[in-house]
Design a protein around this ligand. Structure first.
Ligand code: AMP
Length: 119
């Protein structure tokens, strides 16, 4: 799938639209989801043009893959979610209902999250 540079997270990365930032480094940006599904709902996105986890792991340089995953862990730590626990999730493609075609990892926490999937 070709990366669409007009997607909303690309615009956030370019600073064209604002976000409620939680964390940023050379590899990743994290911000609060605009429509939270849990008391804490943060999105972490890599700084690069990648549609999905498959695209990212196939094409991103090692330094970015490492940096991105370190950032996800750092955000969970900084939100003090390690002890109570949290869930990470990345939707990819139609069946998963991916809305924004830029890889993003959801971090959910702040309450007991229940079973993994709604049946
Ligand atoms: P997904 O269905 O996995 O693609 O999730 C996309 C997520 O992006 C949804 O949870 C949306 O609420 C969230 N979202 C969309 N636009 C924005 C925005 N401008 N700022 C923050 N979160 C957003």
């Amino acid at each position: 799938m070709t990366y669409d540079k007009t997607n909303i997270f690309a615009k956030i990365l370019r600073g064209e639209i604002p976000c409620n930032k939680v964390y940023e480094d050379d590899h990743a940006l994290a911000f609060h989801d605009i429509n939270p599904q849990a008391p804490i709902h943060v999105l972490v996105i890599p700084k690069g043009d990648y549609v999905s986890m498959a695209d990212f792991t196939a094409h991103a340089p090692d330094s970015l893959v490492t940096g991105f995953f370190r950032a996800v862990g750092e955000v969970a730590r900084s939100l003090e979610l390690e002890q109570p626990g949290y869930r990470i999730l990345a939707n990819a493609g139609r069946d998963a209902h991916q809305e924004v075609p830029h890889l993003h990892i959801h971090i959910f926490g702040g309450k007991k999250l229940g079973p993994m999937l709604t049946r």
